[in-house]
Design a protein around this ligand. Structure first.
Ligand code: FAD
Length: 520
């Protein structure tokens, strides 16, 4: 009798489902024997429904705040039907999708899981043992919990005098989030994107398998996951390459009124391989029909910079940086002099700041603080990020920048404009770039609000894409969101077959990152 009661109680526990209801009454059923606690309170649900883009609102059924990778594996084993109740026992069937969420800085619900379960990767990073960021004894790499923000990686690494080599402009993004896209910025031309600087990953596939992968081990998974938009597995740990961390940075903004001079100098600087080459290179446009931010420049020069923009309607800003520390201190000014002597900028319009390395990398944080204080951070962001082949950059400039943007009554947000090198990208990775040695990163970082609504800005984006299509400019979008399968097929082009094959290998039930809308 004793044995029967125990069996009965065990069976009952196994069979009793937890019923979780979301606001939209989409149910997520988890068996108690999974031993997972999920959050369904309004705050957790609302936070997981939105993202930085502030355009979509996708309600998940629940949020998992895992304390170990094993919990994530268990969740995915159940969701994919790999979880066994035992021979005679039955329980709820899964019917939900799963999305990892880092910092939710996606633009169009890419980190959402409507009606499913969002895995809060910050919880996993907080629970990481012995720490979320562990620098190797020789300082050549760090093992990082994927929910960690890059700013935290930087903080820990610089204490040991080392640093990752390649960065995004903004550091409050999770390691897993940027590795699922590419992670690009002003060091990409020299060191490649962040996905090119990873030695090894721990990944939990859509079937719940926990796998380690690298360029030598489980290579299909490794290359698939890098730039893989969360489709093949949830990254839990990344081994990131490190190098010496410089102490200080000479940070320059140099102004041009001639587009050919601007791009010629940018391209020359990214092709240099000698000791005086720059460590960072980007570019921006200042347009008279937009907000002209002169805060970088000395107070005494701000008015003449603003007048320059007014007079020319558009000014091209070359942004470069050169790192230095005590050993290079005596010659850094000579190096800067050599670097800038041959550049074709407007005489008298080169400005330099001298800042600590950390502050340089964390520069966008100040912009965030400013925008937050003005109530302009939590507004819709219909950003358009594209890669444009170098051979067509003049056509893009004439048609889009001069022909379209300068003729708008107003423009909003920052416009990034800089070239980078293709040879720093590995074609086996999922990320897509144009098929040319040099291509430009164009970021139209629109902010809606005030007189402009996001739909108008979205229409503008459509016009830009349409112009490129009809002019035969073979762009690739970055951080894109397509809803039609044919657009994804076109985006991946020759790599679509590999993408699909890897999906079937690692996430055959198509559970992961449904917010990307690739397989739904
Ligand atoms: P989330 O939005 O949380 O997730 C993005 C996608 O990755 C989702 O599909 C999600 O399911 C998936 N994902 C998240 N974590 C994991 C994981 N551990 N394993 C598997 N899949 C996962 N990008 C650049 O390249 N360069 C920049 O300079 C840059 N600057 C930015 C500045 C700002 C202010 C913002 C808002 C974004 C910027 N981005 C930049 C874009 C950014 O890299 C992506 O939006 C990135 O996804 C953000 O990381 P996240 O942690 O917020 O990801």
């Amino acid at each position: 009798l004793g044995l029967n009661i125990i069996t009965l109680v065990t069976l009952l526990i196994t069979l009793t489902p937890t019923l979780i209801k979301s606001e939209e009454s989409i149910n997520v059923l988890l068996p108690i024997s999974l031993n997972l606690t999920v959050l369904t309170d309004p705050f957790s649900i609302s936070a997981a429904s939105q993202d930085f883009g502030n355009i979509t609102d996708e309600t998940p059924g629940a949020v998992l705040c895992p304390s170990s990778s094993v919990e994530v594996s268990r969740l995915l084993r159940f969701a994919s039907g790999e979880f066994s109740y035992g021979e005679d026992a039955t329980g709820p069937s899964p019917g939900f999708k799963v999305a990892a969420r880092g910092q939710g800085h996606s633009l169009r619900g890419q980190a959402s899981a409507p009606g499913g379960i969002v895995v809060n990767m910050t919880c996993l990073a907080k629970a990481a043992k012995p720490a979320a960021v562990v620098v190797s004894a020789d300082g050549t790499y760090a093992d990082v919990a994927a929910g960690t923000m890059w700013v935290e990686v930087l903080e820990t690494a610089v204490e040991r005098g080392v640093s990752p080599v390649t960065w995004t402009d903004y550091l409050y993004l999770s390691v897993g989030g940027t590795l699922s896209n590419a992670g690009i910025g002003g060091q990409t031309f020299r060191h490649g994107p962040q996905i090119s600087n990873v030695h090894e990953l721990d990944v939990i596939t859509g079937k719940g398998e926990m796998m380690t992968c690298s360029p030598k081990l489980n290579t299909e998974l490794f290359y698939g996951v890098l730039g893989g938009l969360g489709q093949f597995g949830i990254i839990t740990r990344a081994r990131i390459a490190l190098d010496h961390a410089p102490k200080r940075v000479k940070w320059l903004r140099i102004l041009y009124n001639d587009f050919s001079d601007f791009t010629r100098d940018q391209e020359r600087l990214i092709s240099m391989v000698n000791d005086i080459r720059v460590d960072f290179l980007e570019g921006q446009l200042m347009m008279s029909n937009g907000f002209v931010d002169t805060s970088f420049f000395p107070l005494s020069d701000q008015t003449r910079v603003a007048s320059l923009v007014n007079d020319h309607r558009i000014i091209y800003v070359l942004e470069v940086a050169k790192y230095y520390d005590t050993t290079t201190l005596p010659i850094i000014n000579q190096v800067i002099d050599m670097l800038t002597r041959t550049l074709g900028f407007i005489p008298g319009f080169m400005f330099m700041r001298d800042v600590p390395y950390f502050d340089f990398l964390n520069r966008v944080r100040n912009e965030e603080d400013k925008l937050r204080s003005l109530g302009l951070w939590e507004v819709p962001h219909p950003w358009l990020n594209i890669f444009v082949p170098r051979s067509r950059i003049q056509d893009f400039h004439d048609g889009i920048i001069k022909g379209l943007l300068l003729n708008q009554t107003s423009t909003s947000g920052v416009t990034l404009f800089y070239p980078t090198n293709r040879n720093k990208w590995n074609n086996r990775m999922s990320a897509m770039i144009p098929d040319e040695d040099v291509f430009y990163v164009i970021g139209l970082l629109h902010s809606a609000g005030g007189s402009q609504n996001w739909e108008e800005l979205d229409n503008l984006n459509d016009k830009i894409i349409h112009f490129c299509d009809t002019s035969g400019i073979k762009i690739k979008e970055y951080l894109m969101h397509y809803t039609r399968k044919e657009d994804w097929v076109q985006h991946f082009g020759p790599k679509w077959g590999d993408f699909l094959r890897r999906k079937i290998m690692f996430d055959p039930k198509k559970l992961l990152s449904p917010g990307q809308d690739i397989f739904s």
